[in-house]
Design a protein around this ligand. Structure first.
Ligand code: FAD
Length: 306
């Protein structure tokens, strides 16, 4: 039986496990894939105190740090259900069941993809999902933002300060972003907005993105735009499908937490991209993992012994 059972082995889960183990708690990590989104990241330049690193390298460092403590790492295991009781039971897809006094959910999120030809091929070679992360790589170049919701228009405003030109492509006939953001975007000289545009293909030379094709949904005409980068901003989906019910989530399916990282179920904590935190970054996920872990410790020391 565990004191703290962490579900997820990304930066939030790794940080939470280290903090728990350092309190002398019996700690386990169940992870589908240790490292999480960081494993898919090429360059990382905003992990403060490390000027530049690469995803797989940071994952190796994370693993080395966690393994320095007495943490039971169960990699390659997916959680399928959480059952409340005096102790929590975590069911795995393998059929195994783990018991713990507290559970810390850090199953992260995934970016919604366009699902068009070229998107996978040029991922990290011009197709990007995070303007905070990859914006500076396109300094002085032309880029597109796919999606005209709040995150798309925020990304366009952010990028317009760095790159030469931004084209926003929105599928619908109007933008869904807040009025104030639309006004700001329209006031910037280097943002063009195209509505009723369905992106159909990412085009490149084999090594890097060179442009994209889209169809004007009103006329049916096909167009080509030359550019160096494509930021896909059509939603971040939290990995909460496995939690059937019982935990308070917001309209986006993100787990709502309090300032100690506790969810609506006492003893169940959450951290990182799976929560309703305003921003999703490695350094933020690690901070919230530490915070939730300390929250779990606080909860544990108040538990009455049977
Ligand atoms: P994740 O990293 O998503 O980890 C989730 C963990 O949970 C994984 O181990 C996963 O296998 C596991 N899991 C999921 N479901 C289950 C389940 N049912 N059972 C068991 N385990 C499960 N941020 C930056 O700060 N700088 C950057 O430069 C940067 N670049 C990025 C580039 C890309 C391509 C991507 C995708 C993201 C980037 N980010 C960057 C964002 C950053 O990676 C995330 O904010 C961060 O990884 C979130 O950490 P997390 O631990 O909350 O979740």
């Amino acid at each position: 039986e565990f004191d703290v059972l962490v579900v997820g082995g990304g930066p939030a889960g790794a940080s939470a496990a280290i903090y728990a183990a350092r309190k002398g708690l019996r700690t386990g990590i169940v992870a589908d894939k240790f490292g999480g989104q960081v494993s898919e990241t090429v360059g990382i330049e905003n992990f403060i105190s490390v000027k530049a690193t690469e995803g797989p390298k940071l994952v190796a460092n994370l693993e080395e740090h966690v393994k320095d403590y007495d943490v039971d790492i169960m990699d390659g295991q997916r959680a399928s259900r959480l059952i409340n009781g005096r102790n929590f039971q975590l069911e795995l897809e393998s059929g195994a069941q783990l018991s713990s006094k507290t559970v810390l959910i850090a199953t992260g999120a995934r970016w919604r993809e366009m699902n068009v030809p070229g998107e996978q091929e040029y991922r990290g070679k011009g197709v990007a999902y995070c303007p905070h992360c990859d914006g500076p790589l396109f300094k002085g170049k032309r880029v597109a933002v796919i999606g005209g919701g709040n995150s798309g228009i925020e990304a366009a405003i952010d990028l317009a300060g760095i790159v030469e030109h931004v084209t926003v492509l929105e599928f619908d006939s109007k933008l869904r972003a807040d009025e104030v953001l639309q006004t700001k975007a329209n006031s910037m000289g280097n943002i063009d907005i195209i509505t009723q545009a369905q992106t159909t293909e990412v085009v490149g030379d084999g090594a890097r993105v060179q442009g994209l094709n889209y169809t004007n949904r009103a006329t049916g005409e096909t167009h080509h735009i030359e550019l160096a980068g494509i930021f896909v901003q059509i939603g971040l989906v939290p990995n909460t499908e496995w939690i059937k019910d019982g935990i308070l989530m917001n309209s986006r399916g993100e787990i709502v937490v309090d300032n100690k990282g506790q969810t609506s179920i006492p003893g169940v904590f959450a951290a990182g991209d799976v929560t309703d935190s305003a921003y999703k970054q490695i350094i933020i996920a690690m901070g919230s993992g530490a915070n939730a872990s300390l929250g779990a410790f606080d909860y544990m020391i108040r538990l009455e012994e049977p």
